[in-house]
Design a protein around this ligand. Structure first.
Ligand SMILES: Cc1cc2nc3c(=O)[nH]c(=O)nc-3n(C[C@H](O)[C@H](O)[C@H](O)COP(=O)(O)OP(=O)(O)OC[C@H]3O[C@@H](n4cnc5c(N)ncnc54)[C@H](O)[C@@H]3O)c2cc1C
Length: 414
């Protein structure tokens, strides 16, 4: 595949853009692959990419029931940060954040990584203590964050009201090299690089059953026929419970809709990402000028991939005390995605009771930021049977009571 470059842009400008190649191929499925990945979201595509790049495994198919990046990967609010509390979390999220720094060059695809800084506001004394503790933990983990006071918050975000009557801003945990990236571009960049390695990305191909022989996976039934494989990676976020059911086991996962909305585009007014977890709302400004606003999960399990009116009201009401300008914004659109939530709010990257079948799920409301690290570790787990990045995330932690409690960092925040 031809590389994208300044020279290529100039060349195509001169010949009326007639020479661009398709970014990825749409092949017919083969009878069998060494590895099948189910789910062409960011995590599935990144897994395929690192299987090829790090382990030379390229006889790989990524099967997607809809269109690639059409799940949560194309629906999130794009926040990237690594300021989690527990050591295994810091390791995998910081690995991901550091891979994001150079992902555009690595994939030869502009993913628009914008390390503009992320702050999580402390608006209660409990949050002050919690974030000070996280900043100390991050220092020990080698993750660069700092706890800042309200005046510095105001300096970084002039539109903020730090003297709110109910929830004044008492401080914040601030990660300077955190930020955002263009979520579609992350999926597209990985897909293009996978296709370039000869992997098959097969869209509109739903997996409907899992074939096994003697307790070992042998292939999958799909809407485009049965396809054989030696190893199977299931990376389907909110649909993980269904795929596990097809294979005959259960996962400790709940599926629930998470919602977000954007305003009309306005002039640049905020160049960092701000999360307010006590009132529950968070906001950043897109390159187009829209205020990207994240809400909460529905209070009941469901598979509705759409927004609901009461979420607009709840989220805007939560933000308006801290950001009075929100009261004058017109909201443009809202949407939802089906996220997969575990009891300890940490993901599962694990072998399963079926030999050769692996599962990567449970990223819940905050897995976009983890895509490169998750793909890196999960590819290693699938190729070698173990990975230092995924070791703590096995299914056995639920039987053994070794929870990785991230309910503060991940329960409501993204
Ligand atoms: C509104 C919202 C805001 C969010 N904000 C953030 C944020 O700011 N920062 C952050 O880090 N995270 C955020 N997240 C979470 C993040 O989007 C997800 O954790 C992440 O995208 C999960 O990626 P994935 O590849 O695992 O899943 P997905 O992108 O959902 O991909 C799974 C794919 O599997 C496919 N699939 C399902 N079943 C089958 C089947 N039977 N056969 C074939 N294919 C199948 C689906 O169609 C889908 O394309 C947010 C999520 C939402 C919904």
């Amino acid at each position: 595949m031809k590389r994208y470059s300044a020279f290529a842009v100039a060349r195509e400008a001169l010949r009326n853009h007639t020479g661009w190649e398709r970014a990825w191929a749409s092949p017919e499925p083969k009878k069998k692959y060494d590895v099948i990945i189910v789910g062409a979201g960011g995590h599935g595509l990144a897994t395929a990419y690192y299987l090829g790049k790090n382990f030379g495994i390229t006889n790989v198919a990524v099967l997607e029931k809809g269109w690639l990046g059409g799940g949560n990967t194309g629906r999130n609010t794009t926040i990237i940060r690594s300021n989690y509390l527990q050591d295994p979390s810091a390791a995998i999220y910081e690995k991901a954040r550091s891979l994001y720094e150079t992902l555009s060059q690595d994939l030869n695809y502009n993913i628009m990584f914008s390390p503009r800084g992320v702050m999580m506001l402390a608006q209660t004394q409990a949050e002050v203590r919690g974030y000070e503790r996280t900043a100390h933990a991050n220092a020990l983990q080698g993750v660069k964050t700092e706890y800042i006071g309200p005046q510095r918050v105001k300096q970084l975000v002039p539109i903020i009201n730090i003297d709110g009557p109910r929830y004044p801003v008492l401080g914040a945990i601030w990660q300077e090299r955190a930020g955002t990236a263009r979520h579609d571009a992350v999926a597209w960049g990985y897909a293009r690089a996978c296709s370039d390695m000869g992997m098959h990305i097969i869209q509109k191909c739903e997996v409907t059953g899992i074939e096994q022989s003697g307790g070992k996976v042998t292939g999958v039934n799909t809407t485009r026929g049965t396809i054989g494989c030696d190893k199977l990676g299931v990376v389907v976020a909110g649909h993980s419970g269904h795929l596990a059911d097809m294979a005959g086991f259960r996962l400790p996962i709940e599926s629930v809709s998470l919602q977000a909305l954007v305003s009309e585009p306005i002039k640049p007014c905020m160049d960092v990402v701000v999360m307010a977890n006590t009132v529950h709302g968070y906001m950043s400004q897109s390159d187009k000028g829209e205020m990207v606003i994240g809400g909460g999960t529905d209070g009941y399990n469901n598979y509705t991939q759409r927004g609901a009116f009461h979420h607009i009201e709840e989220t805007v009401r939560a933000l308006v005390e801290t950001f009075p300008m929100v009261a004058r914004l017109k909201m443009l659109r809202q949407w939802g995605g089906i996220v997969d939530v575990t009891g300890d709010r940490s993901p599962i990257l694990s072998k399963t009771p079926v030999d050769g079948m692996f599962v990567n799920c449970g990223w819940g409301t905050g897995g976009f930021k983890a895509i490169p690290g998750s793909g890196w570790g999960f590819a290693e787990l699938m190729a070698k049977g173990h990975s230092p990045l995924t070791e703590a995330y096995g299914l056995n932690r639920f039987y053994e009571g070794r929870f990785i409690d991230e309910s503060v960092a991940a329960g409501v925040a993204h």
